[in-house]
Design a binder for this molecule. Structure first.
Ligand code: ASP
Length: 317
């Protein structure tokens, strides 16, 4: 069995062995990225286009570095200032790009499902870099790699995902991935920020941090996605921090060696205490960023092997 997908659109479509294959290859890319000369030719001769219809700092930079380290010709399209503004539809933009023969298209879009739609219209491999509140598969994969390296395994862990679950594509992708790998998932947050019917996903739901964090191995904090909220979901940021912000007292209910994660961008003093976020003994937030580049290299490498129609052995050939 091997990874034979044409696109990376969501964790929903991945089997556990495919997740493991991406993570195993990403581990090798972590080593490459720690060398002085960080280069492989896995994507040499291929064209990667990054189309971000929504603002991004780390994800876009991470995909760009990943493509460049693998030798692809990488182009960033500034979609905010593009023909979309002049009224072009997503499909027309896709068809125009398609005619330029890209091999890998990395897409972020504010609407759930837009990336899947685009993937049906182009001939190249499409990677979802976040679509609306739907999925952010490379984020879940990089979180999984971070957890696997910190805890030595990616199964039978107790993992708390805390905060604005309702608006979070990171939470959705993580719930699917961590569930597929047989972990115990606890969601903690105000009921107004929990999606309806979430308990059907095989998770436990809490609205009290101290109770929800009890004995967990991993504490994953999420940003309040105010740009996706229309109306008042929380009384105030101060009140939110008091009840749901991660501080030393609430963390003391987790296991003594529990790690702290955050996908970024982080709002210090809203969902997390700044000192805890910087505590190198507990926080793996910087490792998450490092793992992000490696996971994106692995995902693009595997998709490119399928584009070429054969498995290439080893990553440095
Ligand atoms: N960077 C993540 C995302 O794009 C999380 C966030 O924005 O809060 O979904």
């Amino acid at each position: 069995m091997r990874f034979d997908k044409r696109h990376l659109l969501g964790i929903e479509h991945l089997k556990p062995h495919e997740i493991t294959e991406i993570l195993d290859l990403a581990d090798q890319y972590v080593d490459l990225n720690r060398r002085q000369v960080k280069h492989s030719d896995a994507l040499a001769g291929l064209t990667q286009i990054n189309m971000f219809f929504e603002n991004s700092t780390r994800t876009q930079a991470s995909f760009e570095i990943a493509g460049k380290r693998l030798g692809a010709d990488v182009m960033n399209m500034a979609m905010q200032a593009s023909s979309i503004k002049k009224g072009e539809t997503l499909i027309d933009t896709a068809l125009t790009l398609n005619a330029m023969h890209p091999d890998l298209l990395v897409v972020r879009h504010p609407h759930s499902g837009a990336v899947d739609l685009l993937a049906q219209k182009v001939n190249c491999a499409v990677l979802n870099a976040g679509d609306g509140t739907h999925e952010h598969p490379t984020q879940a994969l990089l979180d999984a790699l971070t957890i696997r390296r910190a805890k030595g395994r990616l199964h039978r862990l107790s993992i708390a995902i805390c905060g604005d679950i309702a608006h979070s594509r990171v939470a959705r992708s993580n719930i699917m991935l961590l569930g597929k790998m047989e972990n115990r998932i606890r969601l903690i947050g105000p009921p107004t920020l929990m999606p309806a019917g979430i308990a059907d996903f095989g998770v436990e739901v809490f609205d009290d941090m101290r109770e929800g964090l009890k004995d967990v191995d991993v504490v994953m904090m999420l940003r309040l996605q105010k740009e996706r909220m229309d109306g008042g979901f929380i009384p105030s940021s101060r009140e939110y921090y008091h009840r749901f912000g991660l501080d030393a007292d609430k963390l003391s209910h987790a296991k003594a060696d529990a790690i702290i994660m955050h996908p970024g961008p982080m709002n210090r003093g809203v969902e997390i205490d700044g000192t805890l976020a910087d505590d190198i003994n507990r926080s793996v937030i910087q490792e998450q960023v490092e793992m992000g580049v490696a996971v994106r290299m692995a995902a693009m490498d595997l998709l490119a092997r399928n584009l070429r129609g054969g498995k290439k052995e080893g990553i440095y050939v």
